[in-house]
Ligand binder design. Structure first.
Ligand code: NAG
Ligand code: NAG
Ligand code: NAG
Ligand code: NAG
Length: 276
């Protein structure tokens, strides 16, 4: 009888701990959006014998699972985060390591009091900026996932954004890029009701595409408040010349974290750091 009682207690405790972990996870929600380099292709190689892309499965120590890092599943539930983070969202492509886990680890390391982090994967390989405009499929999906994370008790702390490569082939796309990007950032903030939402974006490398420089210039000229721009120019890419290696993704993730901390430091006004 005693045994059964303590077993029941253990189960209840276990259920309580699980619920609590999931509930507090939402305290620090970060949206991950953009194209393949945000989804993560680190460690993805073309197996030319079979003609398919495969992930090598290597997860560096900076990207390992951690009880303090959760991710929002496709079913809108918090689950333990693990690479590849975008396996359910960018589902028809071969995903590898992206910047998300390294970002979360670095943030936890540098701001140990921050609490549980909830990553919300939304990136989609090959997507153009127009897919991310209000009403577009990816925009709608991202807002829906962001709202779900808030319903689960979370507070959205920031948007990590890495996109632009898909808009470098046509002059029209590149010429419209700055205006569309501005609209995207502004609409996200408006639709989430967070006018000063911290946004950290990445400028694409100058590259070999016809209009990479135009898109890059647009990104580097973004001068909205609380938007920081990182530069991917010197980050090594894999043999396809496009996708960041696993090592580069770790560096990028850590830069995202440093930029986020810098962006929200000494700014008690909007309370991002007050709560930590
Ligand atoms: C992989 O490489 C082969 C041979 O070089 C090429 O034909 C194929 O298109 C590549 N596959 C992908 C998915 O990149
Ligand atoms: C994957 O491809 C299938 C078949 O084309 C499509 O129905 C589905 O929507 C795709 N899934 C994603 C996540 O893009
Ligand atoms: C931002 O940049 C645009 C275009 O370069 C410029 O017209 C505008 O004055 C700038 N705004 C601020 C707040 O710096
Ligand atoms: C940190 O923020 C300050 C003020 O916004 C900025 O001038 C500086 O370049 C930032 N440093 C880094 C490393 O991001």
């Amino acid at each position: 009888m005693e045994k059964a009682g303590s077993l029941l207690f253990a189960c209840l405790l276990c259920a309580w701990v699980r619920t609590t972990a999931a509930a507090s996870a939402a305290e620090n929600v970060f949206l991950l959006a953009g194209q393949s380099n945000m989804a993560g292709r680190g460690g993805v190689r073309n197996d030319s014998a079979r003609g398919v892309l495969v992930w090598d499965g290597f997860v560096p120590v900076e990207c390992q699972p951690d009880p303090r890092i959760l991710q929002l599943s496709l079913d809108l539930e918090w689950i333990d985060a693990r690479e590849p983070l975008h396996r359910e969202i960018d589902a028809n492509r071969t995903n590898g390591v992206g910047p998300g886990m390294a970002f979360a680890h670095k943030l936890l390391n540098d701001e140990p009091r921050i609490g549980i982090i909830g990553l919300v994967p939304c990136a989609f390989g090959g997507s153009k900026i127009t897919h991310w405009l209000r009403g577009g499929r990816l925009y709608t999906q991202m807002i829906k996932r962001a709202e779900a994370s808030v319903r689960l008790g979370g507070r959205i702390r920031g948007l990590l954004w890495f996109q632009g490569g898909a808009d470098t082939d046509k002059q029209d796309d590149a010429d419209c890029y700055r205006c569309f990007l501005l609209k995207f950032f502004t609409d996200v903030r408006e639709d989430l009701g967070i006018p000063d939402l911290p946004i950290i974006q990445v400028a694409i490398a100058p590259g070999k595409r016809p209009f990479s420089k135009t898109v890059r210039k647009a990104q580097l000229s973004m001068n909205l408040t609380k938007v920081t721009t990182l530069d991917s120019k010197n980050l090594p890419v894999g043999p396809d010349n496009v996708h960041l290696t696993t090592k580069s993704q770790v560096i990028l993730g850590q830069r995202f974290a440093k930029a986020y901390i810098n962006l929200t430091r000494g700014n008690p006004g909007h309370g991002y750091r007050d709560a930590w």
